[in-house]
Design a protein around this ligand. Structure first.
Ligand code: SAM
Length: 228
């Protein structure tokens, strides 16, 4: 896989901005203005990722995303699917006001048929589900140590126990192990590493994954490939 650093100026409806460089998988895959617009809105935190996710999604048949939030990554990948192999995106998110709004917007667009919202706490989804949903692309955009929904969204999960510190430590590895069940061999996983680095490097040593690309500056992200 080749990633290119590229400087570009953007002109999107109602805005014309000089925008900084971002990483491209393939210069021949045009990124549509609606995806670049998310990039402008987010500027410092995720500017490189949305075009990259769009480009990866054009080559994917099946994708799992962790974290819909405001729906920017979700939209970027859905447009990629539509303009690519017309595959499917399963987005796992326990839900909140932003997510409801983002999903309502997606449902009103002609990308809706490529999309399924799995409205659940990731950690409650059984391993079987992951085995049944084979993917060639996974995108992780939540911090499993900090954003447990039973902690943040108590109103949705009144029955759930409070955060147990012992479990938190194991969450990253549990998350990665579950996702590996769904990934096709040589499938790619893009993640903002948050505090998962240790687990990721350990898994690379174990030969389960290979680190394909690591961007260590302001926005940090890692691209991994499943080995076994
Ligand atoms: C940072 S936001 C995602 C942003 C989105 N990818 C974007 O680019 O606009 C994180 C999301 O993860 C969800 N989340 C956090 N922990 C979760 C869990 N354990 N299971 C399911 N969803 C979770 C939250 O509800 C939130 O919507």
């Amino acid at each position: 896989m080749k990633l290119i650093k590229k400087r570009c100026s953007l002109s999107v409806p109602n805005r014309s901005l000089e925008h900084d460089h971002y990483w491209m998988l393939d210069e021949n895959i045009e990124v549509p203005p609606r995806v670049l617009e998310f990039t402008i809105e987010t500027l410092s935190s995720a500017y490189s990722l949305y075009p990259l996710l769009y480009q990866l999604a054009t080559k994917a048949e099946s994708i799992i995303e962790l974290g819909i939030g405001w729906g920017k990554s979700t939209n970027s990948m859905l447009w990629g699917l539509k303009n690519g192999k017309q595959g499917h995106l399963w987005s796992i998110d326990c839900g909140n006001i932003h997510t409801d709004e983002a999903v309502a917007k997606i449902k009103s667009l002609d990308i809706a048929k490529y999309f399924t919202w799995v409205k659940k706490d990731f950690f409650t989804i059984p391993d079987e589900w992951f085995k049944e949903h084979k993917t060639d692309l996974v995108f992780i955009d939540f911090n499993p140590k900090r954003l447990r929904p039973e902690f943040v969204y108590k109103s949705i999960y009144p029955e759930e126990p409070h955060l147990d510190r012992k479990n938190i430590k194991r969450d990253c590895r549990i998350m990665m192990d579950k996702l590996l069940l769904s990934m096709k061999r040589d499938g790619l996983l893009v993640m903002k590493p948050y505090c998962c680095d240790t687990d990721v490097y350990k898994m690379a040593k174990e030969g389960l994954i290979e680190i394909v690309f690591e961007y260590k500056q302001d926005l940090r992200f890692i691209i991994l490939r499943k080995k076994q």
